[in-house]
Write a protein that binds this ligand. Sequence first.
Ligand code: ADP
Length: 253
Amino acid sequence: KKTNEHLEEEVKERIKAEKEANKALSKEKELNELKSRFVSMASHEFRTPLSTILSSASLIGKYTTTETQPNRDKHIGRIKSNVTELTSILNEFLSLEKIDAGKMRVELAQLEMVAFLDELSDELATVAKDGQDIVLETIETNCIMNTDPLMLRQVMTNLISNAIKYSSSQIRVVLTDLDKTVELSVIDQGIGIPENDQKHLFDKFFRAHNSHHIQGTGLGLNIVRKYLDLLEADIRFESEEGTGSTFTIILNK
Ligand code: ADP
């Protein structure tokens, strides 16, 4: 005959097992929802780039003389940028799937922030629009942080890529070394975010109303928020429709 203690122990075990099963189930539900929403988003978002790739590829075949070389180059450029766009949509989905499944591990390393931001700004300047400089502003010459370089790189890439996409003039990247934190800001003078949309900005698949004419998935900022949670860092932003946006991440030293 079981004692009361034994019974209590058994009940506790069962409740624990049930809780774990529920947790696994809700994670699975979340992943399934991500997948089905991604499929419906992708079937819409893939259409324009795919048809551009197809028409450019067929036109290239018609431009065979030296006079038509510039046309050929233009269409090759279009194919490249559309393939890049489609690849980045798929990569965003795969990252988010990995994060949501709890499979992303933080790997800390020493990172010198000034050189890191300098290189990243130069790299992203190659995909910026004509006349859209990316300028790094800081009074620091050396600022070493213990962080996950790949995650931080993805976070900053997403923020700077958004600034490129949603503006057409200079983008400032500002590093400020404070007492207990280091702040990194990305400042643009672009279309801004309507006030009513601001509270949803980090939700999965959310896109502000003034940005629907520009390609996007609404996954980038959700990924940013989740990476920053893993890094125990924070983000804030200020934005005004038609004036521009400033996104600032706050890293703890
Ligand atoms: P995506 O850019 O792929 O749509 P994000 O998750 O990166 O997805 O951003 C979500 C939404 O937030 C965008 O669709 C856009 O409406 C808005 N947004 C993000 N960054 C900016 C920015 N720098 N300027 C204006 N709007 C922005």
